[in-house]
Design a protein around this ligand. Structure first.
Ligand code: FES
Length: 289
């Protein structure tokens, strides 16, 4: 298949490394793509948007990931370290150490089920003779029992049970999450994985009223940034934080779908539009502690 002689090693499989590997592979070289981490993609895979165009990072990355994964001229050496490189142009010798993965890569589908069931990772949970205190009030415990009775104790009840706890306390206390894992017979890691998947669940105490300031383009142009700054200053909290009296939690979001009312701020389910920062501060009086 190769029209060219020799092979190339590309160290690092970020967006630059992947593109270099693809260009070299397309021109006929055999490419060894060496990546220290367990998967190719680099830092860009962890980003939502990229500077300065605000393009979706995954939209840029995904086609290259797929092409690198399928290209017959690219051999991916993930979880591998480049130990040494000797020689001269045209004749290098590289030593690469492949780290053990403890799974069979030919069979692994990346489902993550093994992590949830891992006896080593969940040792504290399985060692029943040394249980950590649940750190739950009696009423919280009773509420969890009630929710489990209402929704059933099958593993499939996990989301409604967590929703019930979240609706009652406005966050998921750590003790409650542990109790849910015990009652439903699920590993704690699995409960946490499900809970962290949904952004409706918070692991921090939240305020009675949730303020969302839209920073989408239409609202940004109409001064939403000033409203957010004013709220942050007046409530003495940053985005994502809750006031000391647990009255308000402040969040910034992108486009609430009612751009005609820009700038838009919602408090709980109420939509407030076309207000200045000063006017919006008065609106907060409608939401007591
Ligand atoms: S940009 Fe704010 S509602 Fe659309």
């Amino acid at each position: 298949m190769n029209g060219k002689i020799g092979s190339v090693l590309v160290a690092g499989s970020g967006i630059g490394g992947m593109q270099a590997a693809l260009d070299l592979a397309e021109s006929g070289f055999k490419v060894y793509l060496v990546e220290e981490g367990p998967a190719i993609g680099g830092t860009m895979a962890q980003l939502d948007k990229t500077f300065p165009t605000n393009d979706c990072a995954m939209c840029t990355l995904a086609p290259r990931l797929v092409d690198c994964g399928r290209h017959p001229n690219i051999e991916k050496l993930t979880y591998s370290e480049l130990l040494s490189l000797e020689g001269q142009p045209g004749h290098f010798r590289a030593r690469v150490r492949k780290k053990p993965r403890f799974v069979d890569p030919a069979k692994c589908t990346g489902c993550g089920e093994c992590a949830a069931a891992c006896l080593v990772r969940n040792r504290g949970y399985f060692e029943a003779d040394e249980p950590e205190p649940l750190d739950l009030e009696a009423d919280q415990l009773a509420e969890i029992e009630r929710l489990v009775q209402e929704h059933g104790s099958e593993p499939s009840s996990i989301v409604p049970v967590l929703q019930g706890i979240s609706a009652k306390y406005r966050w998921l206390p750590p003790g409650a999450v542990r109790r849910v894992s015990e009652v439903l017979g699920l590993p704690l890691a699995r409960v946490l994985r499900i809970a962290t998947f949904y952004n409706m669940f918070s692991f921090e105490p939240r305020g009675k009223h949730l303020i969302k300031v839209c920073l989408g383009t239409a609202c940004h142009v109409k001064g939403a940034g000033r409203i957010l700054d004013t709220l942050s200053r007046e409530l003495e909290i940053q985005v994502g934080e809750t006031t000391k009296d647990r009255r308000f939690t402040l969040e910034a979001v992108r486009c609430l779908g009612c751009c005609g009312l820009a700038p838009v701020v919602t408090v709980n389910d109420d939509v407030h539009g076309k207000l200045t920062a000063g006017e919006f501060l008065k609106v907060l009086d409608l939401y007591p502690g």
